[in-house]
Write a new protein. Structure first.
Ligand code: EPZ
Length: 421
């Protein structure tokens, strides 16, 4: 397979208008959710990213009829031809969120067998809460040869999550939507894409109330019908573009976003001296001088999102003063900062806190992405740095951002994708 790198020359303020693509994390749940329907469904505004392509291949592998046009951001899925509830390890290990196939197949067919999702470079990522929910719904769980199997008749229940888990909340909601009787999810995650998945299911005839709060009530349905559904814009891409605009001391209008999803980031950018103006489905971000240091602590929604911790910590390497970044959600999400030391960043990490001493200038350097949001953080560091930065392993970025370098170049960034000899 050919290797590429992103090559960028920094210190160019971003200017102009850009747009936000459909949400990655919502799409990775909405696409499997369609398997709960007894009729074909159309999903629109899907981002053209590698993780969606992986899900497309998984749907074909289990026998669904899928008409997918990436450039039209649309997938028409007919689940009536599904002929197996087994997702082979070779497919499920390509993407952690393939765990949603478990909730969807178990909910629709009473059984599912999916490869145990791997951890990744942001720490261990168990799915014990997903399993707890499936078991309480009536599933018998077996775990052999790296595959998880869940089988049984689903009956409504009460699931009180031991910690707030986005994946666990959504996965159990998927299965419960086809259970006999009512289910209550307590200590549920409140992320925008939890609400988006509930809205999709309700458009298919489900009865889900309370999504977006910590208690979700689901009345199981014996039948769910087809629908046409448009996924919400990507909250994390929106935030990444906001941070890129501010980090380069630019002036950017971001269209097609949902400002109310961005309140935690907006509050921090204002604290840093950045101007942020919200207008309907647009956010304008601008600053023409240096930004202040802050203290930042990641929390579940509506707190500051862990997925924006890495891009934000890149921006803080050039803040005026000492910043503290506390990562409460994952146990090792600072690897990108190790790379940034090579660019002149002054960072010390102790436990779940990164202490960042802002420097007046970063210097371009060759760096390597090790995960999706860390890769985006390295791009932001490169946009700030003097000289050339080469970001290797950009395929991590391609998993979750639709044409990021194209969007940034359209805003004036001097960057391109190069083949590595
Ligand atoms: C989702 O991951 C997102 N991924 C992540 O985005 C995001 O960082 C995370 O939610 C938090 O917002 C998708 O939606 C595909 P969790 P998920 O379950 O569902 C622990 C990105 O960059 N936990 O909310 O896996 C877990 O280890 C990705 O787009 C358990 O212990 O996150 C973590 O420490 C990265 N047991 C914490 O809870 C469980 O059963 C939060 O995990 C489940 C989770």
């Amino acid at each position: 397979m050919d290797c590429y790198r992103l090559s960028l020359r920094g210190e160019v303020p971003l200017h102009g208008e850009t747009y936000v693509s459909g949400g990655k994390n919502t799409s990775l749940a909405v696409i499997p959710a369609v398997l709960l329907s007894d009729e074909p469904c159309t999903i629109e505004n899907l981002p053209d990213i590698e993780d969606v392509h992986v899900l497309y291949r998984i749907l074909l592998r289990i026998g669904a009829k899928v008409d997918y046009t990436p450039e039209e951001k649309k997938m028409v899925i007919d689940p009536r031809t599904v002929h197996t509830t087994v997702v082979p390890f070779a497919f499920s290990q390509q993407m952690r969120a393939s765990y949603y196939m478990m909730g969807a197949l178990f909910g629709r067919y009473g059984e599912a067998e999916v490869g145990y999702p791997g951890g990744c470079d942001i720490g261990s990522r168990p799915i014990d809460q997903h399993i707890k929910g499936f078991s309480l719904l009536g599933g018998e769980i077996t775990d052999e040869n790296g595959m998880i199997k869940v089988k049984g008749s689903l009956f409504g229940t009460v699931v009180n999550f031991d910690m707030i888990t986005v994946g666990g909340t959504i996965n159990v909601m998927l299965a419960a939507s086809r259970a006999q009787g009512n289910t209550i999810l307590m200590n549920a995650a409140k992320e925008p894409h939890v609400v988006d998945v509930a809205n999709l299911l309700n458009s298919m005839g489900a009865s889900i109330r309370g999504a977006g709060t910590d208690t979700i009530r689901i009345r199981g349905a014996s039948h769910l019908h087809g629908t046409t559904y448009t996924v919400i814009p990507d909250q994390i891409e929106t935030g990444t573009l906001m941070i890129a605009a501010a980090a380069t001391r630019g002036d950017v209008l971001i269209r097609g976003c949902i400002p109310t999803h961005m309140e935690a980031l907006t509050a921090k950018l204002l604290e840093m001296g950045v101007f942020v103006n919200n207008q309907d489905d647009m956010i304008r971000v601008r600053i023409n001088k240096g930004h202040r240091a802050i203290k930042l602590s990641t929390q579940e929604y509506p707190g500051f999102p862990t997925d924006l911790q890495q891009p934000m910590s890149a921006m803080l390497t050039r803040a005026g003063g000492h910043s503290e970044v506390i990562e409460n959600i994952f146990d090792s999400r600072f690897k990108h900062l190790d790379e940034m030391r090579r660019m002149g960043a002054k960072v010390t990490i102790s436990g779940k806190t990164a202490y960042i001493e802002g420097v007046p200038e970063l210097r371009g350097a060759p760096v390597t992405a090790t995960d999706l949001r860390g890769g985006a953080a390295l791009v932001i560091a490169g946009l700030m740095a003097k000289g050339i930065t080469e970001v290797y392993s950009p395929e991590f970025i391609d998993r979750g951002y639709e044409h990021l370098e194209r969007k940034l170049a359209a805003l004036g960034a001097d960057m391109r994708r190069e083949k590595v000899e």
